[in-house]
Design a protein around this ligand. Sequence first.
Ligand SMILES: NC(=O)c1ccc[n+]([C@@H]2O[C@H](COP(=O)([O-])OP(=O)(O)OC[C@H]3O[C@@H](n4cnc5c(N)ncnc54)[C@H](OP(=O)(O)O)[C@@H]3O)[C@@H](O)[C@H]2O)c1
Length: 344
Amino acid sequence: MRDYKLALLGFGNVGQALGRLLLKKESDIQSQYDLTFSVTGIATEHHGRAINPNGIDLEQALSLIDNGDSLNTLSTRSIPADAFDFIQRCGADVLFENTPVNYQDGQPAVDYLVTALNLGLHAITANKGPVVFAYHQLTHLAKSNGCNFFFESAVMDGAPIFSLFRETLPTAKLNTFHGILNSTTNLILKRMEQGETFDDAVAYAQSIGIAETDPSGDVDGWDAAIKVAALVTVLMDVSIKPYEVDRRGISHLSNKDITKALKESKRWKLLCSAYKDGDRLVARVAPEMVPMDSPFYRIDGTTSIVQFETDVLGKLSIIESDPGPHTTAYGLLADFINAVKGGR
Ligand SMILES: NC(=O)c1ccc[n+]([C@@H]2O[C@H](COP(=O)([O-])OP(=O)(O)OC[C@H]3O[C@@H](n4cnc5c(N)ncnc54)[C@H](OP(=O)(O)O)[C@@H]3O)[C@@H](O)[C@H]2O)c1
């Protein structure tokens, strides 16, 4: 039986959900994959950092964070000075990087992952930044160090997208995709159909914790654009950045526009798409009115969908209902098992 040491860099919504899932699935992982694990390090920015080569008690870590206490008390080694010091001294085989996304250049997460891969750790992240800004660099580095760089949860949380192509669709060429990849805007549009103003619908999304205090990342289409860039970069092998995606958000849509669409039996959706036009790649995020016979018409609330068109399978759709940190955590767990099942 192989034993793995895990380090969690970032212990916010996703890091904590991963902690809970690791506790829940520990015995299944052992019995189905013949592997055991312990968490030898957890690091945050403002809530402490801990390293314990004998394994940190995850329940205790979760309860400290719940109570607003520092993780420092769990450390049996000197407290790491910063995230880089943490990665270097955590003694792990696998690093889970779950720090905030940076839409401009993916940092500092890219450098965290480079540091981990250079040390021979498998690097797993839910962060879209490193996928968009450093996919080729990180994948190459992982290969040359005999480890893996996986990021299933970066788009559509735990739904299998990247592993679907990597593991189960050999030689398939992705010609085009369409989807609804931002759940916050989908929920806002639904609430506007029910009569709420744009501002009230945004306030509702904020009140249930799915829109940020500054909602522009969602409503202006940036979150959708970085997801489109990630899919294009990895699955279509064309490196594009979020600002190269032709992007329009939903903030200009009025209740009048929404009502007009409903009268025509259509609904506004923030659609994401990409396709190759000769040598040119066209990538787009924009609100569109979809008719009743569209696969996107019935995608409601926080549900997401992507429809791929490949040269071998025609149209293939994946729908993920009601995602959240728990489904993101599952993508990370699946990446862990896929990363180590080859034996390292
Ligand atoms: N939430 C979701 O369902 C979801 C879904 C898909 C992908 N993601 C991605 O997953 C990542 C984590 O999301 P989240 O919702 O867990 O965020 P979060 O709740 O804000 O947690 C972020 C964690 O990273 C730490 N951190 C912040 N800045 C750091 C830095 N410069 N260096 C090291 N650690 C730092 C924070 O520490 P402090 O709290 O002490 O500041 C916290 O522990 C993001 O990249 C996000 O885009 C999230």
